[in-house]
Design a protein around this ligand. Structure first.
Ligand code: OGA
Ligand code: MN
Length: 282
């Protein structure tokens, strides 16, 4: 197994391993690299849904939501991301993650690791990009670190309540059905400690954070604007150009990410996603 860094910001590619058949030693090495690089790219994998689920489960309990749209038939653990239409109907979520975010931060127990496996990729478009919120935190001034140390943020699922996002066109006629679901808001510390490394991260994102608890809204919004801009400085980022057979896994407590979309027709990007849950942010 060979591990090579993908950028100065984050990420490593892992070759010489078949994710469908890893032994304990390989698992330990992958786990170590995951903590060191936050995002791992396994090229040329051949994974069916069961193998992806089995690998995912080694990192935590799989997240399933009974009302989640576009799960794989028979596998509520797997969500289909796809721009394919059959009889004009989408077969998957067309533009998952179109604003910078960290997965499921609107939940009391957010997602720890996301696994995304590319079954088909388009010639142009469909890149995903990550930004390292460990280093974003570290790069703040001491004064700012002090200012935000004890703050907690309000994370909201419903896009209609977030002025920094808009409802996806795919769901525009079904906004109430998709966003009106009763998911209570979550309150998480702005500075999160990673459950395994203990390192601090700037755990906010424009997709989900709409306010700061106990802080006057004008002040909160201008502080958030400043921090949202800071957390995606180019030197914190890595952008991935997908290949068919890529399996990526990323560590949500210390990364935010965005799906760039813009797939050029007639390109088809078709992916299987699994997510495992982590700790309650502290
Ligand atoms: C996600 C996500 C980005 C992409 O599925 O959570 O953010 O590029 N996807 O598909
Ligand atoms: Mn996401």
């Amino acid at each position: 197994m060979e591990i090579s860094p993908l950028s100065n910001a984050l990420g490593a590619s892992v070759t010489g391993v078949d994710i469908g058949k890893i032994n304990q030693d390989q698992f330990a090495e992958i786990h170590r690299a995951f903590l060191d690089y936050q995002l791992l790219v396994f090229r040329e994998q051949q994974l069916d849904a069961e193998a992806q689920i089995a690998f995912s489960k080694r990192f935590g309990p799989i997240e399933t939501r009974p009302d989640r749209p576009f799960t794989l038939p028979g596998y509520p653990e797997v969500t289909i991301l796809s721009n394919r239409l059959i009889d004009d109907e989408p077969v998957g979520v067309i533009s998952a993650g179109d604003f910078w975010h960290t997965d499921l931060s609107f939940g009391e127990i957010p997602c720890r690791v996301t696994f995304l496996y590319a079954l088909e990729v388009a010639k142009e478009g469909g890149d995903t990009e990550w930004s390292n919120i460990y280093t974003a935190y570290d790069a703040l001034s001491d004064k700012m670190k002090e200012r935000i140390a004890e703050l907690s943020c309000i994370h909201v699922f419903d896009r209609r309540r977030n002025k920094r996002t808009k409802v996806d066109t795919q769901f525009i006629d079904k906004a109430e059905e998709v966003y009106g679901v009763t998911i209570p808001d979550a309150v998480h510390p702005m500075v999160r400690h990673h459950p395994e490394t203990g390192r601090k991260s700037l755990y906010i994102s424009p997709r989900f954070v709409v306010g700061i608890e106990g802080v006057d809204d004008d002040e909160a919004q201008s502080l958030l604007d400043e921090l949202f801009e800071h957390q995606i400085r180019p030197e914190f980022r890595y952008r991935h150009r997908w290949r068919r057979g890529d399996l990526l896994m990323w560590d949500n407590p210390c990364l935010i990410h965005v799906g760039h979309g813009n797939i050029k027709p007639p390109g088809i990007r078709h992916m299987h996603r699994t997510m495992v849950l982590g700790d309650r942010p502290h």
